[in-house]
Structure formats: structure tokens, C-alpha cells
Ligand binder design. Sequence first.
Ligand SMILES: [Mn+2]
Length: 316
Amino acid sequence: MKITDFSREIAGFKSALIFSHVRPDGDTIGSAMALKEGLKSLGIRAETICAAEIPEKYSDFKLAGEFLRDANKGEFEAHIAVDCSTEQMFSNLSPLFFSTKNTFNLDHHISNTKYARRNCVIGNASCCENVFIVLKELGVTITPGIANSLLLGVVTDTGCFAHKNVTPATLSAASELVSYGADLNAINYSMFKAQPIERARLFSIVTSGMKTYHGGKLAVIAVRAADFAATGAAQDMTEGFIDFPLSVNGVEVAVSIMETGEKTFKISYRSKGKVNVNDVAKTFGGGGHVLASGCMLNGYFEDVLDKIVFTVGNYL
Ligand SMILES: [Mn+2]
């Protein structure tokens, strides 16, 4: 659906519950917080919800901290998903999401499965850019807090404007958001520079175990359960690890294999541009973008690694 219709329709409800995805990132958090504040300013009762806890590093953001972990069915007229490409990303909140007939889906992933009744997918670099368009269409006053939330998503989904997904529209949106009071330097520092010692220790273990395949075109890092145990790091601290193997000269595809449970692995793919890793992830039931995607795989680590090395090889 068109974004103008999306904006008009969601503004017609008295209450809205905004869903963020599990393993929450800056984009889903920023999108949800900004949309919540925007809808509230229009007199709509709005709350944000996420099946997972919001990582500590987002606590600096003024609007953060008020994500519900559960809600009653029928409590909100509309349910709006932000930055969620599939319904699996609601995890255990999926039944709640679909418990109203008024389900909305605002996203920027080209692989979005259009699971809601009303789906608005625009391939901007971040979902926050789409939320920004919605808020402006609704005439919402962009406060510094809203601007900061929106810029959080733009900055995190673009690696602070360093990824190939950045377009002139991304930079215009960012420029506007800074003029509305968003603090680019503070966001960049807290998202990409500051880190707890546990993360630094985990990073050194993981990168020292990096392996390359296919003549150095594929680089793989693995984050094993034992590494988390040895360092005390949390799973959500691994964001950004994959940029290191991708940075190696000659590497076209980087893969991170994270052990999230017994014989359960979360796989992330990044490409420099020659390989469409959305296609790679799709062969395993996952998806994402051309340059960044992911999937889940089950089995013994060695088998999972073999499957990935073989499959990526078909695309190199
Ligand atoms: Mn996103």
C-alpha cells in the first residue's frame, strides 16, 4: 500500500500497539519509539512492545525503556509492526499481533513477506526513514527526542552512513533530523565506539578464530556458546562483529555463525556487492537485503559450517 494511505489509516484509530522484532536493533527500536511519540502527540494511545529485552546500550535514549513485554488481546485497536520482515520476528508475540483484524506492517526489507492485512514496504536504508515520512504526513511536530530516535535507526542500519544502502534520500532525512535536534555525534559514539569490556574480550576471541575459504573470498567467524561463557558477554553484544571479516581485502562475503542454543545457530551474511546474500539466506529459509541477510540453522556446528561454505561457494 502507499505510504500516504498507511499514514491516513493508522491515524484513524484511538489506540495502537507498535511491535519491534526480536534481537532488537537501533532501527526497530528507533522506529517504534518515534512512531509511539508521534501517535501520542495526535491523541492516540500508543505503546511499544517487543518479545525480547531491549539491550542496555539503548538505555541512553530518552524515549527508550518503555517497551512492554506482553499485552492483553483487544487492548489496542491497531497493531503496527516496524522493521519486521517476517511474522517469525515477533517470536512469542505472534498470536498477539494477529489477534486484531487491524494489522499493519511498515518496513524497508525487500524480502518482507507482507504478513499483515495492510503492508507498506519502501526500500529505504532504514525503517526509520519510512516512519519519518509517516510522521511528516501526519503533521507531527518533530521534537528533538523523536528526531534522535529516528536518526538512531538511520545511523545503525547504515553503519553511520558507511554502507552501500545510503542514498541521497537517506542523507536528506539525516540532515533534516539533525536540524530538528538529533545528536549525530552522541548516537555514533554510543552505537559504534563505546563498548563493555566483555564485548571487547569476545571480539578478540572471535576474530582470532576467523577462517577463510574459496581462495579468500569467503571469511567466516563463529561465536560459540563457550565464548559467551568465557567472557560473560551477552548475545546482543555481537552486533558489528561481522564488519571485521568483511573488511579483509579479497573477501566478497562474510558470515557470522552465532550459537544461540543447543545445536541452534543464527547465521548472518554480508556482501561487498558482487554476491546477493539475500538469495544465499533464502536457500536456508531466511532473507534480508542484497548486502545483508540472515537465517537460522540447526545441527552440529561442523555440519552447519560445511553447508554454509558449500552454498556461498555456489554464488561466488
Ligand atoms: Mn532496519
